[in-house]
Write a protein that binds this ligand. Structure first.
Ligand code: SAM
Length: 258
């Protein structure tokens, strides 16, 4: 908790969080267009290639990966509710033969060394930390394979204290793009590309769909103080984004294992 008694999203009851987020297509900022842009930097994928999508949520980016690469995909998330939702989306889209959605933790992967041509993770590596995640996942990627992640990053060298304090409390590992690239390099990857996700990834693709979801969620949990607090926090987060969007954002980091 920070000094205003605001909770970070990670402090809420997991069932409530799953319930809230499973009603929307994405659980973090991002877009189909930006996933496709990141895919355009990846060379040499074939039908024999294997991709792991870690912290896949309900699979916004998993579906884009399946539709825009020829590879086999394993999509992994800690929460069964999200994995179930992804499974039913895959059935509907006829993609179940290309994507295996499984429950698991990104810091204890049930994979073998050098198993993957690429590890993908949008808005999720923060759960185990950027540097630790990149170092730990390195062993599961073939030499010459790729890692592609999005991560909250500072876009400027200095920022107002309100937003600096919010992020220091929510995710102390937030850092500038140049420092993140250093971590990528020191974890054993050649930096291939970095780009900042545009504003629509936060607004149209993330905060706007939540508005309707919030009304339904509050109706379904009428009288539940924790549910109201969760919605208040998400609204506060959206307000902060609108006020301070020039200072921080999500950045795609793409690296190649050497
Ligand atoms: N990639 C999705 C997207 O961009 O829409 C979801 C991003 S959401 C911000 C973070 C995801 O990480 C959630 O789906 C959450 O369940 C998952 N997660 C949290 N801790 C995890 C862990 N230890 N292992 C695997 N997934 C985890």
């Amino acid at each position: 908790m920070n000094d205003k008694n605001e909770k970070s999203i990670n402090e809420f009851d997991f069932n409530l969080i799953c319930n809230y987020f499973s009603s929307i297509d994405r659980q973090g900022p991002g877009s189909e267009e930006m996933t496709k842009l990141a895919i355009s930097y990846i060379k040499g994928l074939s039908p024999n290639s294997k991709i792991a999508d870690l912290g896949c949520g309900t699979g916004g980016q998993t579906i884009t990966l399946a539709q825009n690469t020829p590879a086999q995909i394993v999509a992994l998330d800690l929460f069964p509710t999200f994995v179930d939702k992804l499974k039913s989306r895959l059935e509907t889209l006829n993609l179940s033969n290309r994507v295996n959605a499984i429950i698991g933790s990104m810091d204890e992967l049930p994979f073998t060394n050098d198993e993957f041509d690429m590890i993908w993770s949008e808005g999720a590596i923060y759960n185990i930390g950027f540097q630790h995640g990149l170092e730990y996942w390195h062993r599961f990627i073939k030499t010459g394979g790729y890692v592609a992640v999005t991560e909250a990053s500072w876009l400027t060298e200095n920022r107002p204290s309100e937003i600096a304090n919010f992020w220091t409390d929510a995710y102390p590992e937030i850092d500038t793009i140049s420092n993140k690239v250093k971590h990528l390099q020191s974890a054993g990857y050649i930096p291939i590309a970095t780009f900042v996700l545009p504003e629509e990834c936060w607004t149209d693709c993330y905060y706007v769909p939540q508005k309707k979801a919030q009304e339904i969620f509050l109706r379904n949990h009428a009288g539940n103080a924790t549910a109201k607090e969760l919605v208040d926090n998400m609204r506060h987060e959206a307000d902060l984004y609108s006020k301070y969007k020039h200072y921080y954002g999500y950045v795609f980091y793409i690296g190649k294992k050497v």
